[in-house]
Design a protein around this ligand. Structure first.
Ligand code: ATP
Ligand code: MG
Length: 426
């Protein structure tokens, strides 16, 4: 039997991991530079948490959750998103009592969806959240952070869409108006939307079915129903973004797939990835902490889909070279092969984190070893054979520049390597 991966679950192979590392390093440095700190939470939580946080009648909970009973009869689910778990952990550890928290998480999440380009069953999110701050200043900060991330990754031509989902009062009034409107067109709605009309009418606005979309475009706008507090929040958010020259568009049909959102919500959209164009989405969820048993705590955050960011990076062709090594150690002959291990260790001592050192293992003729050195992407090859062992030297061969090969003693070598690979952040 041939063992295969599960549908919708992907491998990241060595040739692609440099791009993933580039993305995660860039994101982590940026989050920390804004004063956000990492939080790591379990991949599984109780099903009840996601039902209560995300909402019983959302696609995520109804159709997409990996939920099962463990051997002890516990009802658990693989996390479909981070926020529910962060709130659970925050309440459990008392992080929300009269405090502000700015946190980020990154890792895999799971949704049982139909796999296609940019949509998988295991995917990864970068997730950033701020608790205890009513905004809109912190909402602007969070969006500015995304804008800076796109810039650092070389993305252009992204579209930022905003909307407000109001507070509970807005939602009740708007819901009634929307249901009234949609009911008059019920016969023309797709089946899913007709069901949603009863359970979660705002989600109809998000339908991807063309016939439903053409009805929805004439639906009442939630912006006409906003309570004063939500309207002021949206104004503040727009003003703050304009002050930072972050272009944005208000889209009154923008809704989110998770029920906990209130007030300002947003999405970053690219036209380069077809139907899976939303690379980042977020907004405010002021009611969630209290809803899950904590004290009332305003909150706002966003999540970006890592696989979609990787697809964009690949499209841009900014993929960093997936080189294996900076320095490649070739070793020949019995004495040389024994000395190779120590030479590679000495090179690592001299270089620290500044460069990667790969040792030729498994022997091979000089020609084959230098070929591997070249393929590794290394800048220099260090070669040691029985003659060099006897002389106490190493041959340094430059693989990428027109520079003569030199013989160096051990102490000369350390100085040479240090000059070839200066500290990265100097
Ligand atoms: P979509 O409308 O594309 O289903 P969503 O509203 O369900 O997205 P969120 O829950 O807001 O998505 O998740 C945040 C981000 O995670 C999305 O903007 C997207 O970039 C990414 N994402 C969501 N679902 C998937 C998936 N199945 N595979 C890959 N990335 C995903
Ligand atoms: Mg979805």
């Amino acid at each position: 039997m041939k063992v295969q991966s599960i549908r919708g679950f992907n491998d990241v192979l060595p040739a692609d991991s440099a791009l993933w590392q580039h993305l995660f390093d860039t994101a982590r440095n940026l989050f920390e530079a804004y004063g956000y700190r990492e939080m790591r939470i379990p991949v599984v939580e109780s099903i009840a948490l996601f039902k209560r946080a995300v909402g019983e009648v959302t696609d995520v909970v109804e159709k997409e959750m990996y939920a099962f009973e463990d051997r002890g009869g516990e009802h658990i689910a693989l996390r479909p998103e981070f926020t529910a778990g962060v709130v659970r952990a925050g309440i459990e550890h008392g992080l929300f009592h009269n405090q502000q928290q700015r946190v980020w998480c990154a890792g895999p999440v799971f949704r049982y969806e139909r796999p296609q380009a940019g949509r998988y069953r295991q995917f990864h999110q970068l997730n950033v959240e701020a608790y205890g701050i009513p905004g809109p200043d912190v909402d602007v900060e969070l969006i500015a952070m995304t804008a800076r991330l796109w810039k650092a990754l070389g993305f252009r031509n992204l579209r930022l869409e905003l909307n407000s989902l109001g507070g509970p009062e807005t939602r009740t009034r708007y819901r009634a108006a929307l249901v009234g409107f949609l009911s008059r067109h019920e016969a023309s709605l797709d089946e899913d939307s007709r069901k949603r009309l009863q359970t979660n009418p705002l989600r109809v606005l998000d339908s991807k079915v063309p016939a439903t979309q053409s009805i929805v475009k004439d639906a009442p706008s939630i912006l006409d129903y906003l309570d004063a507090d939500s309207a002021a929040h949206l104004d503040g958010l727009r003003q703050g973004l304009s002050d930072l020259d972050i272009a944005h568009h208000v889209n009154p049909r923008l809704v989110r797939g998770l029920d906990y959102y209130t007030k300002g919500v947003f999405e970053w959209i690219t036209s380069e990835l077809g139907a899976q164009g939303t690379i980042c989405a977020g907004g405010r969820y002021d009611g969630l902490v209290e809803q899950l048993g904590g004290s009332p705590t305003p909150a706002v955050g966003w999540a970006a889909g890592v696989e979609r960011l990787i697809l964009l990076l690949q499209k841009l062709g900014t993929a960093p070279l997936a080189a294996e090594a900076d320095v490649y150690v070739c070793c020949f002959g019995e004495q040389g092969e024994r000395a190779g291990l120590a030479l590679a260790e000495a090179a690592r001592d001299a270089l620290g984190q500044k460069a990667r050192v790969a040792l030729n293992v498994g022997g091979g003729k000089p020609g084959a070893q230098f070929k591997r050195a070249d393929k590794s992407g290394a800048r220099v090859a260090l070669a040691i054979g029985d003659d060099e062992v006897a002389a106490g030297t190493v041959q340094v061969k430059f693989l990428r520049e027109d520079r003569p090969q030199v013989a160096a003693t051990r102490s000369e070598l350390a100085a040479l390597l240090a000059s070839l690979f200066p500290p990265k952040h100097a």
